[in-house]
Design a protein around this ligand. Structure first.
Ligand SMILES: C[S@@+](CC[C@H](N)C(=O)[O-])C[C@H]1O[C@@H](n2cnc3c(N)ncnc32)[C@H](O)[C@@H]1O
Length: 288
C-alpha cells in the first residue's frame, strides 16, 4: 500500500478529467450503467463462469471478476487519504471493512438481512466470519439470485431471494421478521446494505414509506454506502466526490432521510471507511 497524492489521481482514473470536462463528453458513455439490467448482465457472465468451473468457490469468482475489471495497482481511499494497492489487497481491505461493520451488531443468533446483495459474495464472506448467524440476501437481478443459489444453495445459513427496494412491501424482510422470536432472545434481525441504496436516485420515499414501517422490529441497521452528505464542500477531494455523485445521478439523501425518519435513530456515521473507488467511498451508517 503506497500513498497517492491527489494530484496524481488522474494518472490512475479517468474520472477527475471527466468531472472537470463537459457534462456531455462522449467518452462518458463507456463508464458502464448502474441500473439493475447492467448488474444482471455482469452476473450472467459470472454465472456462466461458475457453471463452467464448478470447482470455483465464491472467493475465486470474485477474484476472477476483479482481475478482469482492473489491473494493479489501483487507487483506493481510507479516511480521506489516497493509496495505491494491488487488486487483491483492495478486495481484502473491502472485506475487512464489511466484516468490521457488523462486529458490534452481532453476538450470535441474529439473522442479517442483506438488501441488494448482488450475487451474494457478502453473504458468503459474512457467514464465514459470523458462524453463529444466518444470512438472507435480497436482490432484484435474476442472474444474481441464480448465481447466489448456485454457489450457496447447499448452505443452511445462507439464502437468497428476489427483492426490490422500490416494492411497496418488503416480503423477504416480513418473512424473516415473522420467523424471528425476540422474546427468546434469538434470531434478532439486523438490516444490512452495501453499495445498493446508492443505485437509487433518491431514497427519501423508501426510508420514510417502507423502511420506517419495519424499523421497530429490526434491532439495528448497518449501511456501508456512498453518503453524499458527508463529502466536504471545502476540500478538492470532497468537491470531486460531490461532482462524481451528481454526474452519475446517485442519491444524495441517504443520511438526511435516515436522520429525518422518526422511526430510527442514527447512532453513528463514519466517513470514508474504504473507497474501492476513491471518488465514491463507502461510509458506514448505523441506526437503531
Ligand atoms: C454495487 S452493487 C452491490 C452489490 C453487493 N451489495 C456488494 O456489495 O457487492 C449494487 C447492487 O444493488 C442492486 N440494486 C439496484 N437497484 C436495486 C433496487 N431497486 N433494489 C434492490 N437492489 C438494487 C443491484 O442489482 C446490485 O446488485
Amino acid at each position: 500500500m503506497r500513498e497517492l497524492a491527489l494530484d496524481d489521481l488522474p494518472t490512475h482514473t479517468p474520472w477527475p478529467a471527466r468531472l472537470v470536462g463537459p457534462a456531455d463528453d462522449p467518452d462518458d458513455a463507456g463508464f458502464g450503467g448502474t441500473g439493475v439490467s447492467a448488474y444482471d448482465e455482469v452476473y450472467a457472465n459470472l454465472l456462466g463462469l461458475a457453471e463452467e468451473n464448478p470447482e470455483m468457490d465464491f472467493r475465486d469468482l470474485q477474484r476472477s471478476a476483479n482481475h478482469y475489471a482492473e489491473e494493479s495497482p489501483v487507487p483506493i481511499s481510507r479516511a480521506e487519504e489516497l493509496y495505491l494497492v494491488d487488486v487483491d489487497e483492495k478486495q481484502e481491505l473491502q472485506d475487512e471493512a464489511m466484516v468490521a461493520s457488523l462486529a458490534g451488531a452481532l453476538s450470535g443468533g441474529e439473522t442479517v438481512v442483506a438488501l441488494g446483495c448482488g450475487w451474494g459474495y457478502e453473504l458468503g464472506l459474512l457467514a464465514e466470519a459470523y458462524p453463529d448467524c444466518e444470512f438472507v440476501g435480497g436482490e432484484p437481478a435474476e442472474n444474481g439470485v441464480a448465481l447466489g443459489r448456485e454457489l450457496f444453495g447447499d448452505r443452511d445459513r445462507i439464502r437468497i431471494e428476489e427483492f426490490d427496494f422500490r416494492d411497496e412491501t418488503w416480503d423477504l424482510l416480513e418473512d424473516v421478521l415473522a420467523e424471528s422470536d425476540p422474546d427468546e432472545g434469538e434470531n434478532e434481525v439486523v438490516l444490512f446494505t452495501q453499495g445498493s441504496l446508492t443505485a437509487l436516485p433518491s431514497v427519501a420515499d423508501i426510508v420514510t414509506e417502507t423502511l420506517a414501517g419495519y424499523a421497530d422490529r429490526v434491532r439495528e441497521g448497518v449501511h456501508l454506502e456512498h453518503v453524499y452528505e458527508l463529502h466536504s464542500d471545502e476540500s478538492l477531494l470532497g468537491l470531486l466526490r460531490r461532482a462524481y455523485t451528481e454526474r452519475r445521478e446517485y442519491n444524495d439523501d441517504l443520511l438526511t432521510s435516515l436522520r429525518g425518519c422518526g422511526a430510527v435513530e442514527v447512532t453513528s456515521a463514519t466517513y470514508d471507511v474504504v473507497g474501492g473507488n476513491p471518488l465514491h467511498p463507502l461510509s458506514e451508517i448505523r441506526w437503531e
